[in-house]
Ligand binder design. Structure first.
Ligand code: HT7
Ligand code: ZN
Length: 886
């Protein structure tokens, strides 16, 4: 298949106004009759109608009720002799497909004996022939027929308009969706399902039926998802004036799903991981993720469904904006300033560890890509998380009010249309004339077209006599594939100057004003800012709240960093100062060569961390983050190349052990004050306390030095914890210190939860990430692959073990003998034959291979080349490995 390019976009030659689908559901052979009203697009020169298809069996085509000629061009169905003129004509297409053979989980597939669909991006063509592109929007009526006993519930988008019995034990349901939509938002579900139901009346007085559909035994795990949905609906109306536009809104869970969830109009389909939760089986992180993903899919109803993408290059139009909205929602739900900051820090950790790495690797692409071989490879952290940062910068530039005005205009102008990233940003500027965005719109748009992470360098100088503080800023952006030279970007930098007493000094910028009192808009390659009336030498605090997705490089002494760790009024930068301190220690150790120092952290550094841990004014959640060390891959990303993953692991472990030993009494204190959180609720305060208690327990186990007390306590907690967060943390603590009790604890854990698929996933993942004692990790993973519960066919299961090992266990994976990479290659190929999307994601775990030192680099190249040499590779995996080797 050829590369698709953004600049080749052309409007469709035909429009499809209505779609009437009759689907006779059968696992082996589902019969689909599609009746379409089609008309020529008068703005496009006459040409044949080419309908997309994929793995379909075509039985019959009728044009205005009569047989007609057609031909196949590859997988496309081509009709040439169509009526002239603009008048609509009727097409009837009868096809069959086989859901039970559909292991790709795109189109119509089966999960646990039930039927589900996944149509984004190009799955609808696996159900029927169609113009499978998001700018073709139609009104859908869908009749489903199925055996009533096996599939008593029949769902599709919109409103149920008819239902009844049929002969032979079958039944039917007809659904009509009043909203025009692109086919990627079409959905069908049929199964033995039950629903938690709730009626809500919104601010505007409208009444809606909400349903969360799950398998019969899972109803007790739907309360949190339902609460999250209610909160999301109320929040969107409160914050953005966006109302639910459907009488009925449904969420359905399936345990076989390639992604997190899908925003089908009125019928969101979810990976069960993002719906099902009860305290006994789901962790705080799971509860938080459910709120975020339920919010995300619901928010798509406006940013995605009502205003959709013109083409798939515009994916970030809906995804970046919707991630920004779900992040804002979760922050508002978190409540306190501290809990908001904790959420922001979590989001930035993801961005910096995953997206920055993507931007520096072979799959680097702009937020609005220029080309793809397989679009599903571009559901990336750049499109999602960097895209959300771009929207966040728009909000920073416009202010909350201006941003709201912009979004109001966006819906006024574009509701019901398929539009572009340019349309979005132009609207935001048009709504806010004179704003920092409107003034420099073409430059801001570089965020959509330039790949790579910009670097901002800053240097400060204090002039005591003049009482000025001068800040010299410059920016650059590294070359990425196809973009050797970059232009300067528009970068909003939120900043402060921290005084001796830890309080912010007043900011007076010579010859200019700061946006919102604390934001500098850097647009030149280099700029000098002079702050006057600075009565003492300040400690600069730049990029507060992570106001732009850039790498900030600024010299700072350990004392300055410790001052900010102790005092910065911006909690994000307070945390960041601690990360910088730790990072410097790690980088110094890596640069030093020779034996890894057993105790690399200075006494002052340890004292600063102790002070944070003991600070009565700080929340436990913040403390847990501030005492956490940067991850191994993030440390690796800071190196120019020649990465030795084993040494990075050894250095970080030395730091961790020292932190465990030196602060032993403080960890014990933290444990005692936080380990009992009473009856479980997933609120930020008690989940923060559980996080800190979990960290303390892991540290105490690590510092046990042969003493059985703390490992014994951890073992006991695995047995009798009142919730999954505490239980999993305790198990992780035992595994993390390599204690022999871990094996028994794992056994007991499995015995207790073997019937809970999502917990069994955790059980596999925990072991995949377990320390590599004497090369034991890979053999353990190989043994787990033989476990009766393991299967490559279920994406969650495959991810928990394979991704857990290949990306979550660097020391185990990057073996000196290269066996980790050989294993990776084998699994990518095995998965590719089943589910190319999941295989391509696994393939991406080797993205950073070229930055490795020898012998890893050579072994990695060989493994990737082995995959690339496979003749029957999917486009998904081919694109990833070809780029990796380019
Ligand atoms: N918009 C949804 C994308 C999605 C997807 C894409 C490719 C293959 C399978 C998929 N399942 C869902 C997810 C979202 O951003 O809400
Ligand atoms: Zn989304």
């Amino acid at each position: 298949t050829a590369v698709t390019r953004r600049l080749d976009y052309a409007p469709p030659a035909f429009w499809i106004d209505t779609v009437d689908l009759s689907i006779d559901l059968d696992p082996a052979k589902t019969r689909v009759l599609s009746k379409l009203t089609v008309r020529r697009n008068p703005d496009v020169p006459a040409q044949p109608l080419k309908l997309d298809g994929d793995e379909l069996n075509l039985a019959r085509v009728l044009l205005d009720g009569a047989g007609c000629s057609f031909r196949m061009e590859g997988e496309q169905l081509v009709l040439e002799n169509l009526p002239e003129g603009d008048a609509p004509f009727a097409l009837e297409i009868f096809t069959t497909c086989s859901p039970e053979k559909n292991s790709k989980l795109m189109g119509l597939f089966m999960s646990g004996g039930d039927f589900f669909t996944q149509c984004e991006s190009e799955g609808f063509r696996r159900i029927t022939y169609f113009l499978d592109r998001p700018d073709v929007m139609a009104t859908y009526t869908v009749t489903l027929r199925a055996d009533k006993q096996r599939w008593p519930v029949l769902l599709s988008n919109g409103n149920l308009v008819d239902a009844g019995e049929l002969e032979g034990g079958r039944h039917y349901a007809t659904w009509h969706d009043p909203h025009k939509k692109p086919c990627y938002l079409f959905a069908v579900v049929a199964g033995k399902l039950v629903a938690r139901e709730q009626r809500i009346t919104t601010r505007s007085g409208n009444n809606h039926l909400l349903q969360v559909w799950v398998r019969p035994g899972d109803l007790d795990q739907t309360e949190h998802a339902m609460n999250s949905l209610v909160h999301a609906i109320l929040w969107d109306e409160w914050r953005f004036g966006l109302k639910l536009d459907l009488e009925r809104f449904m969420v359905v869970a399936t345990s076989d799903f390639n992604f997190g969830a899908m925003e089908n109009k009125g019928l969101n389909i979810f990976n069960s991981k993002y719906v099902l939760a009860k305290p006994a089986t789901a962790t705080d992180a799971d509860f938080e993720a459910i709120e975020g993903v339920i919010g995300h899919e619901y928010f798509h109803n406006w940013t995605g469904d009502r205003v959709t993408c013109r083409d798939w290059f515009q994916l970030s139009l809906k995804e970046g904006l919707t991630v920004f909205r779900d992040q804002s929602f979760s922050m508002d739900m978190a409540g306190t300033a501290s809990a908001r900051a904790v959420k922001r820090i979590g989001d930035v950790i993801t961005l910096r560890t995953v997206q920055f790495a993507e931007d520096a690797g072979p799959m680097a692409h702009p937020v609005r890509p220029d080309e793809y071989l397989e679009i599903t490879n571009f559901y990336t952290t750049t499109i999602y998380e960097k895209g959300a940062e771009v929207v966040r910068m728009v909000e920073t530039l416009l202010g909350r009010e201006g941003f709201r005005r912009g979004l109001d205009l966006y819906f006024q102008r574009h509701d019901g249309h398929a539009v572009t990233c340019d349309d979005f940003i132009q609207t935001m500027a048009d709504a806010t004339p004179g704003s920092a965005l409107a003034e420099r719109l073409p430059q801001f748009k570089l965020w959509y077209s330039q790949a790579g992470t910009p670097v901002v360098r800053a240097q400060g100088h204090y002039d005591a006599a003049a009482q000025t503080y001068t800040l010299q800023l410059s920016q650059s952006c590294p070359p990425t594939a196809g973009q050797p030279a970059k232009q300067p970007m528009l970068i909003p930098l939120r900043l402060g100057l921290v005084g001796l007493d830890g309080r912010d000094l007043p900011l007076t910028l010579q010859g200019g004003a700061l946006l919102h009192g604390d934001v500098v808009v850097l647009h030149e390659p280099a700029a000098t800012l002079v702050f006057s009336g600075v009565t003492q030498e300040p400690v600069p605090s730049l990029l507060r709240g992570f106001s732009a997705p850039v790498k900030l490089q600024m010299e700072a002494t350990p004392e300055q960093l410790m001052h900010r760790l102790a005092h910065d009024s911006d909690p994000f930068n307070r945390w960041e100062a601690g990360q910088q301190l730790a990072l410097r220690v790690a980088l110094a150790q890596l640069a030093a060569g020779g034996e890894v120092a057993p105790a690399p952290l200075s006494d002052a550094h340890l004292a600063a961390l102790r002070a944070v841990l003991r600070d009565a004014a700080l929340d436990a959640a913040f403390k847990a983050l501030a005492l956490g060390l940067p991850g191994e891959s993030y440390i690796a990303d800071q190196l120019p190349g020649n990465v030795d993953p084993q040494r990075i692991h050894a250095v970080r472990e030395a730091m961790r052990r020292q932190l465990a030993h030196a602060l032993r009494a403080d960890w014990q204190w933290a444990w005692e004050h936080n380990h009992d959180t009473g009856a479980y609720t997933p609120d930020p305060v008690s989940s923060g306390r559980r996080a800190l208690a979990g960290l303390a327990l892991a540290m105490l186990c690590l510092a046990a030095d042969g003493d059985a007390v703390w490992p014994g306590k951890a073992y006991q907690r695995v047995k009798d914890a009142g919730n999954m967060t505490d239980r999993e943390n305790a198990l992780q603590a035992l595994l993390g210190c390599g204690h022999p009790l871990a094996a028994r604890a794992l056994e007991g854990f499995y015995a207790r939860f073997s019937h809970e698929a999502l917990v069994v996933d955790k059980w596999f993942a925990l072991q995949a990430r377990a320390p590599d004692v004497a090369g034991s990790a890979l053999p353990a993973v190989l043994a787990l692959m033989q476990h009766p519960d393991f299967t490559l066919k279920n994406p969650n299961r495959a991810r928990s073990l394979l991704f857990g090992f290949c990306s979550g266990n660097p020391a185990g994976f990057h073996r000196l003998d290269g066996a980790g990479y050989t294993f990776w290659a084998g699994q990518v190929l095995a998965l590719d034959a089943i589910n190319p999307q999941v295989a391509a994601r696994l393939a991406r775990t080797m993205d950073a291979w070229a930055r490795l030192a020898e012998p890893w680099r050579g072994a990695a190249r060989e493994a990737i080349a082995r995959v690339a040499a496979q003749p029957k590779l999917s486009n998904d995996v081919r694109e990833v490995v070809t780029r990796a080797l380019a």
